[in-house]
Design a protein around this ligand. Structure first.
Ligand code: NAD
Length: 257
């Protein structure tokens, strides 16, 4: 499958799922814009390495996805956007009555509102180009809930709703909008949750992985960033021209339970 000559912007893509999706799109020939908010030498070097490895143009642009203007400016700075992957996301785990307001606001801004702003900036470019793909990274938590993840679950359900509206507003155009809902994928975001969960349940790392994290993932295996990249690539293919406004779960059976 080829996305040769297409420009893909992947938010929050210097690690984890975003980087995995960027890799698969680059492998298939897309020019890539990597993003995070750190703007380090390593970030720029990562883009250079990605471009060289796959013979595509790849660059890094810093933009803080908690800032609405920065979200729109990212897309405008690139000037073209055929594939928009709204992936940036953070997590915080606490009961509702102890959930810090600042964390709630940050999660809603980064995991949900950023996708609204980037989509608003990208749709006119997709319309001009006559082709576009909006791929929102939701979660199994966009379809089900877990305790202590109020902001995350609200944002991930919200992005499924935003995906449906985007699909309806573009339904008669060669543009699709879909959400990918991963189960647990072993990335830095998940890795960071392990120590807190070990403390909370007084469990070993192995028990936390198998009995807490993968408790609801019937396959008992983490999904991989390559599998998510492959799913994004499928959504860019002609086979997916009529796939719009829906969710694709990559969750080892989590949402079948
Ligand atoms: P990660 O922590 O490995 O990567 C997150 C990326 O987002 C990083 O590049 C980080 O720099 C960037 N980022 C964070 N805050 C940002 C900001 N304010 N502005 C710009 N960039 C920012 O996380 P991940 O596990 O790869 O998660 C990626 C997405 O996938 C998230 O939306 C997450 O909710 C979702 N997801 C992850 C899992 C999982 O198991 N890892 C499961 C379901 C959904």
């Amino acid at each position: 499958m080829s996305v040769s000559g297409k420009t893909a912007i992947v938010t929050g893509s210097t690690s984890g799922i975003g980087l995995g999706i960027a890799e698969e799109l680059a492998k298939a020939g897309a020019d890539i814009v990597l993003n995070s908010f750190t703007d380090s030498d390593e970030d720029h070097a990562l883009a250079e390495k990605l471009g060289k490895a796959h013979g595509v143009n790849a660059r890094y642009i810093s933009a803080d996805m908690s800032d609405p203007e920065a979200c729109r400016a990212l897309v405008e700075k690139v000037g073209a956007c055929d594939v928009l992957v709204n992936n940036a996301g953070i997590q915080h785990v606490a009961p509702i009555d102890q959930f810090p307001t600042g964390k709630w606001d940050a999660i809603i801004a980064i995991n949900l509102s950023s996708a609204f702003h980037t989509t608003a900036a990208a749709l006119p470019m997709m319309r001009k180009a006559g082709w576009g793909r909006v791929i929102n990274i939701s979660s199994a938590h966009g379809l089900t809930a877990s305790p202590y993840k109020s902001a995350y679950v609200a944002a991930k359900h919200g992005i499924v709703g935003l995906t449906k509206v985007t699909a309806l507003e573009t339904a008669q155009e060669p543009i699709t909008a879909n959400a990918i809902c991963p189960g647990y994928v072993l990335t830095p975001l998940v890795e960071e949750q392990i120590p807190d969960t070990m403390k909370e349940y007084d469990m070993s790392r192995e028990d936390v992985i198998r009995n807490v994290m993968l408790e609801r993932q019937p396959s008992k295996e983490f999904a991989t960033v390559e599998q998510l990249g492959g799913t994004a690539l499928y959504l860019c293919s002609d086979a997916a021209n009529q796939v719009t406004g829906t969710t694709i779960s990559v969750d080892g059976g989590w949402t079948a339970l």
